[in-house]
Design a protein around this ligand. Structure first.
Ligand SMILES: Cc1ncc(C[n+]2csc(CCOP(=O)(O)OP(=O)(O)O)c2C)c(N)n1
Ligand SMILES: [Mg+2]
Length: 580
């Protein structure tokens, strides 16, 4: 956290400070200098005073987007992202992002103003009455309420520790309206603040678990490493790369771990995923959980006979939470600690001279890769009319390659799945997306936070449905003049634009939107740059111009409305009436 001691601003005559000021001082003291907010009773003055005190207060059009911004700021910086909302409805709007942060292990603090406790607890019908603390608890890693100004320091310190230590997550901090105006002696206030020392202490794995893991890894004939977003979060990039390269083991990056090593790395097995998973005999999971995104570590994906059958793999799991192991299948060698400490312990135990995996395994993966990459290149080289996902994303692939520092935000169904597999990433933490839940709505909030905390160019690849969840925040992009280029892959609907109303009435089918919509016009209303692209050449020109100018830009990329598939790549999870 930051090192500069803030000056406690006080009323000179009375030498008093108040709740507003102490919240601001507590955040500043801990190096938390950015707030993703939406003002209103009782936190309007908190946003004003925070801005006056030099904090960056980014104001949104809907709390959900402010919350998603805070959550991804936490992922990118390892400091809790701060989201500030009003009571009841504002709190509930922010809660979605808080739950998202907890699920994805992103450090975030949702601070919400709340109504008068006595009235809320007697259910006497206050303005925006809601028992927010009780509601937040099951969705947050921790939840606290502060009633007295002299406890603000402790409340903020506890929230920070809970958010970033161990497995990070979302923390709720309830600040009732009455707290803000409470006045206390300035020196008592100052002394009550806590600068959190070592908020995320290292957790060193036990030597015997390191040995157990390496013994198992050494015995493997077909080893595989899987890198999860926990590995990306850890910021242990060079050690992770050394571990992969020293062992010579092929690896698969999960979506947000792409770029930890460049996707073009010779050991990257992404293009041979469906061969590598069932083929592997020992799998080392680094900051990756065996949840639905990895088919729970069993079933046909892993070479099991039936959909719940074990594929025969042995697992090594590096995770900060001891409870993660055995959540789905047996973990033969759990390695509990923070990813940085675990990887560095493995590296020092390996030393030099680790034997590379057997050549037949490496060659088999290489062969599959080469065949699949060749097939993909052929598809990407086509230039169909109308433009489809492949021909549009071939352009994005080139642009990202030429701008490897740009952050790629991605959501949608087909718009997500095709982008993930087609667009290579070259650097760590450059790809941020729908995460563990596969949610729509992260788009514009992520864009704002990514641009603000990294100061890099942001490129958002959005399905037209996905974009709609946060689309109004294009005004926010324009207001703060952020270098964000949004590409809406517009196929007229959810998955595709071709469904028809089976009853034949005038209503469109539930998955279909206004056809030929011009999303580019939206951003023009706020002074941003709109572009309309119907061919890869037009898309390339518009993206290049957006990156050159660094102006907020929205490109409406018209995609063949027949090109997508229902639910993208997760069709198997969709209970479909048709399948019966
Ligand atoms: C919050 C939320 N609501 C609904 C969904 C269900 N859902 C999954 S993908 C998707 C939209 C897909 O359409 P689009 O973004 O246009 O992508 P396309 O497949 O058309 O490229 C929806 C609504 C979700 N994942 N999250
Ligand atoms: Mg769509």
């Amino acid at each position: 956290m930051g090192t500069v001691e803030p000056q406690i601003a006080t009323d000179v005559q009375t030498q008093h400070t108040d709740g507003f000021q102490l919240v601001i001082d507590a955040l500043k003291l801990n190096g938390l200098d950015t707030i993703y907010a939406l003002p209103g009773i009782p936190i309007t003055d908190l946003t004003r005073r925070a801005q006056a005190e030099g904090l960056r207060v980014l104001s949104f059009r809907h709390e959900q987007n402010a919350g998603y911004a805070a959550s991804i700021a936490g992922f990118l910086t390892q400091k809790p992202g701060i989201c500030l909302t009003v009571s009841a409805p504002g709190f509930l709007n922010g809660l979605n992002a808080l739950a998202h942060a907890t699920t994805n292990c992103f450090p975030m603090i949702l601070i919400s103003g709340s109504s008068e406790r006595e009235i809320v607890d007697l259910q006497q019908g206050d303005y925006e009455e809601l028992d927010q603390l009780a509601i937040a608890k099951p969705l947050a890693k921790a939840a606290y309420r502060v009633l007295h100004a002299e406890d603000i320091g402790v409340g903020v310190a506890r929230a920070i520790r809970a958010a970033v230590s161990g497995r990070p997550g979302g923390v709720y901090l309830d600040l009732p309206a009455k707290l803000f105006a409470q006045s206390i002696d300035a020196s008592i206030g100052k002394n009550s603040l806590i600068k959190v020392v070592d908020p995320a202490p290292k957790q060193i794995p036990a030597p015997e678990s390191v040995k157990r893991a390496l013994d198992l890894l050494r015995s493997a004939r077909k080893p595989l490493i899987i890198l999860g977003k926990g590995a990306a979060y850890a910021q242990a990039d060079s050690d992770i790369r050394s571990l992969v390269e020293k062992t010579g083991i092929p690896y698969l990056p999960m979506s947000m771990a792409k770029g930890l090593l460049p996707d073009t790395h010779e050991q990257c097995a992404s293009a041979a995923r469906s061969f590598a998973l069932p083929g592997a005999d020992v799998v080392m999971l680094i900051g990756a959980r065996l949840n639905w995104l990895l088919s729970h570590g069993k079933g046909k994906t892993w070479g099991g006979k039936g959909h719940k059958d074990w594929g025969g793999q042995k697992f090594i799991q590096l995770d900060i939470s001891p409870q993660e192991a055995d959540s789905n299948v047996r973990i033969d060698a759990p390695l509990v600690g923070d990813i940085g400490s675990c990887v560095s312990a493995l590296l020092s135990a390996i030393g030099s001279g680790w034997a590379k995996p057997p050549a037949d395994w490496l060659n088999a993966i290489q062969e599959k890769k080469t065949a699949n990459v060749a097939k993909m290149s052929e598809t990407l080289a086509k230039n169909p009319s109308p433009m489809n996902f492949h021909s549009a994303l071939n352009v994005v692939r080139d642009i990202v390659k030429a701008n490897p520092d740009a952050i790629l935000v991605n959501e949608g169904a087909n718009a997500l799945d095709f982008t993930r597999s087609i667009v290579d990433m070259y650097k760590p933490r450059k790809r941020i997306d729908v995460g563990t839940w596969g949610i729509m709505g992260i788009g514009m909030g992520y864009c704002v936070a990514a641009a603000v905390v990294t100061r890099q160019q942001v490129i958002a690849i959005e399905g037209d449905s996905a974009f709609g969840f946060s689309g109004m925040e294009v005004e926010t992009l324009c207001r703060y003049n952020l270098p964000v280029c949004v590409v809406v892959l517009n196929n007229n609907g959810v998955y595709r634009g071709t469904d028809v109303n089976p009853a034949g009435g005038p209503d469109a089918a539930p998955t279909v939107f206004v056809k030929g919509a011009r999303y580019d016009k939206l951003i023009e209303a706020f002074g941003g740059v709109g572009a309309h692209a119907t061919t890869p050449a037009e898309l390339r020109k518009a993206m290049e111009e957006a990156l050159r100018s660094r102006k907020p830009t929205l490109i409406n990329a018209v995609i063949d409305e027949t090109a997508g598939t229902e639910s993208g790549r997760i069709t198997s999870l969709n209970p479909s009436a048709k399948k019966k």
